[in-house]
Design a protein around this ligand. Structure first.
Ligand code: R5P
Length: 299
């Protein structure tokens, strides 16, 4: 039997497509806050003996973590057999070491909370950099999906003569995969981060054919500081303003407007995080990971 889906946080409205694609149903539930701010949750579907996939958009995670743990415990108490967390965007992956003495390594704390409640975690392009695999952090079964083919398809369909640029060394994995898929040239720049809103990015390493369209590719846009700096470098070097493309468009505060003001000609993201820039749909990728027949390998 396919898993039932609990769309705990689904602002992108992915659940109907998933339920349809998997020939399953969504769990009826009520989630709200008591007047004092505590969480109330009621599960209104019989879940006993079933496998359940809990869908949660986990950008801006802190307010969602307590309800998430409460939901996992409630489902267990109601007899769920196997519990999967489907988090298209996985938060708390970037503070993966102590950059200064005394700092909390939040990636470990979050991984331990999730691993204590869920049998399996499915996510898309987690920010793996110093950790090489999710299993370095998570003790539950994990499945890492790859949106690079979807980004490559978008670039292939929308951009003539693309030249891909990654703004920092971490982005190399996505940029090189997309470049290979569409046989496009690419370059990767070097970034030094001095603070949340302060980065320096190296100049382009090679001259770029003036007839090409430059596309900046990164896994995540958060404050857009990285993208803004890279856009400025490209424009200052005398090239046409680039398109900016990311898997996860978090866009904190005024990040989106800042990036438009910096000169980006278009800003494109997937719907792992709902945003006006979403042009690439990840629902089929999620269905492929959940469908028993062609499921992506677990790690
Ligand atoms: C970090 O290395 C990531 O790949 C992104 O470059 C980073 O998260 C972007 O953050 P921001 O938009 O705040 O510069």
């Amino acid at each position: 039997m396919p898993p039932l889906i609990l769309p705990l946080y689904d602002p992108a409205g992915l659940a109907p497509a998933l339920a349809n694609g998997l020939a399953t149903t969504c769990i009826a539930h009520e989630l709200r806050s008591f007047p004092d701010g505590e969480t109330y949750l009621r599960i209104n579907t019989d879940v006993s003996g079933r496998d359940v996939t809990l869908l949660a958009a986990l950008d801006r995670p802190d307010a969602k973590i307590t309800p998430l743990l409460i939901a996992a415990d409630a489902l267990r108490n109601l007899g769920v057999k196997h519990l999967t967390l489907l988090a298209p965007y996985l938060p708390y992956m970037r503070q993966d070491k102590q950059f200064s003495t005394g700092e909390a390594i939040t990636s470990r704390t979050f991984a331990s909370l999730i691993s204590s409640r869920f049998d399996k975690l499915i996510t898309i392009d987690p920010h793996l950099h110093r950790y090489k695999a999710l299993s370095d952090l998570y003790t539950c079964t994990t499945c890492k999906l790859d949106a690079a083919p979807l980004l490559a398809k978008w670039v292939g369909e929308h951009v003539e003569k693309p030249f891909l640029i990654g703004p920092d060394s971490e982005s190399q994995q996505w940029v090189s995969a997309i470049a290979e898929e569409i046989s496009a040239p690419f370059d990767v720049l070097a970034k030094t981060r001095h603070g949340d809103y302060d980065v320096t990015i190296s100049d382009l390493k090679q001259p770029i054919d003036k007839g090409t369209s430059i596309i900046l590719i990164d896994d995540t846009i958060s404050t857009a500081t990285t993208m803004c700096e890279a856009v400025s470098n490209i424009i200052d070097a005398g090239y046409e303003a680039p398109i900016c493309c990311a898997v996860h468009g978090i866009f904190s505060d005024t990040a989106y407007d800042k990036l438009l003001d910096a000169g980006a000609t278009a800003i494109v993201s997937t719907n792992t995080v709902p945003h006006i820039s979403n042009q690439i749909d990840i629902s089929k990728l999620l269905i492929s990971a959940l469908a028993p027949k062609n499921r992506a390998p677990d790690t």
